[in-house]
Design a protein around this ligand. Sequence first.
Ligand code: ATP
Length: 637
Amino acid sequence: MSSKKISRKDIAKMSLRDFLRASREPYMRLASYLKPYRGRFLLGMLCGALFGVANGGLVFLIRKVVPLIFPDDGSHTLKFPAWMHLAPITPGHATLTQVILVSATIPALMLVRGVFSYSNAYCMLWVSQHVLDDIRQSLFRHLLSQSLEFFNRAKSGELVQTVFNQTRVAQQALTQIAGDLVKQPIAIISGLVALFATDARFTLFAFTVFPLCLIPVLVIGKKVRSAGAKEEEEAGQLMVVMQEAFAGVRVVKTHAREEYESERFNKANLEMLKFAMRWRKAQELVTPAVETVASLGIIAALIYAYRFHLDYGRFTALNAGLVLLYDPAKTLGRVNILMQKCLAATTKVFVLIDRPPAINDAPNAKPLAVSQGGIRFQDITFTYPTKDSIRPAVQGLSIEVPPGTTCALVGATGAGKSTLFWLLQRLYEPSAGRIFIDGQNIDSVTQSSLREHIAMVNQDTFLFHDTIAANIRYGRLDATQAEIEEAARRAHIHDFIISRENGYQTVIGDRGCQLSGGQQQRLCIARAFLKDAPILLLDEATSALDSETEKYIQEDLEKLARGRTVLAIAHRLSTIQRADQIVVLENGEIKEVGTHAELFAKSGYYRRLYDLQFNRHHGGEVPLAELAGVGVDVTAP
Ligand SMILES: Nc1ncnc2c1ncn2[C@@H]1O[C@H](COP(=O)(O)OP(=O)(O)OP(=O)(O)O)[C@@H](O)[C@H]1O
């Protein structure tokens, strides 16, 4: 089933009937989430219905009890069923005990009605929280299954808003509306039955006014549709601003842009406030408008009582009935408004849930079986699926990396080196060509098994706001503490960890911000040691670490690379010199392939890179990227 996206403009233009028709599909989808909880949901509905019936019962009861106190209103002796063994009560001659006993039935029925109301609310809340949990989970899981391309385009703040907030609004739609649509109409019907049974003519007379009460609901309802949807949209924008400011707080601070960010936040906040106010104002207007129109009914009732000499007991019961009808009628009026707001949220949630992931496992996909770890790129061409991609990031590229060897990728910035990493992990699909690992086409194996066999250490380390142990364990979730410590030892970070007061249980802050750059990289290396994958993707750091740390990390990486098939984006000549094969890339195509000695002897592009380094620096190692990327035209003869 798919959800067609309905724009705000469409919603604003729709008539109520069209709107209800369009909104049926998301509600049917929502209702399908109720299936596992239908027992409790139905119980909640039943309690709601019994609450409604109790409403009418109260009118009957008042009608019976009040005349006992007022003897001259023409009512008859109150007789009880024989099995109750109670003496009849004659109006005006009831004893105090009898009055107390009979009057006590009103609070007793109120209590029963209250229990039904509470049980209804409790069941609906319970069901709604579980439904919310399920919708959130399936949405979150589904979002994570989307390709990298999806996340490149999506604003993470908006995603957070949809997963957290829109699902909540959708859940309210389901339970509050489903609950009220049964409870309130039954309360109204039972109230009406009691009113008609008490005095049909009075009820008809009073209800000449009732249809008028619907007018404000319909008029105002139309106005709030767009405001409700727009408020949700603006809330998404607010989340985007917040998320970016917090995630990029270092950039914000180092540029002293706190004021600027506050302004952005303020602007988004005011926009949201504008629509929130519009929505709330309309919602709040419904009640007084309905009440004002309904008060006209009082005139009708009083005229009727005067004209037809209504007795006091009957008059009290009828008025109680009208009062008891008011709340359900008001709630039903609000349900209409709530439905309008919920539709936008529900549609948004299902549009995301229905979005198929760009990359799926083949129907008969098997787990990848790696015996040696040989990699082969065969005639690969790939263009990023963005509107402004004018040329392929990688074109007609073939590379063979024999098992257990290291292949260094060299080239200027934007040459396509990282793209090869993403393609090998099947985070993007090439438009032409195939990639094999140990002879198995990677699109014929499961994505999870493929990624289990590949470890990646890159310069853009990401650590979670969690303990050191948990961050290392991310490499292999079933690792024991001893294995985690062993990995940390091999990455030369164990001593540092145990020197901390809480050792492996030290929490390292957002993105590991309480650690230095070198420590963060070592944790990532430890993670890769723990993963122990046969294929290693290595993106060497270009960021300035002090030379000693750099040297140690280089040693750690060499140790990590031993016995594995390595594809390395090499920024250091020492790595390149040791590589079994160097692939020099330019604009997504292979320029040269060979060992360091072969390429050096060729006097080509690679030789220029090399010479440039030594001519400028007279020895000492500097990152190749510095030459290839930043301001140095390595292609110049
Ligand atoms: N997500 C993306 N969407 C669109 N184009 C992209 C995307 N990522 C990279 N590109 C483009 O693809 C080309 C190759 O990029 P890639 O990241 O592979 O280069 P690189 O050689 O790794 O560069 P660097 O050394 O600077 O990291 C570049 O022109 C880049 O602009």
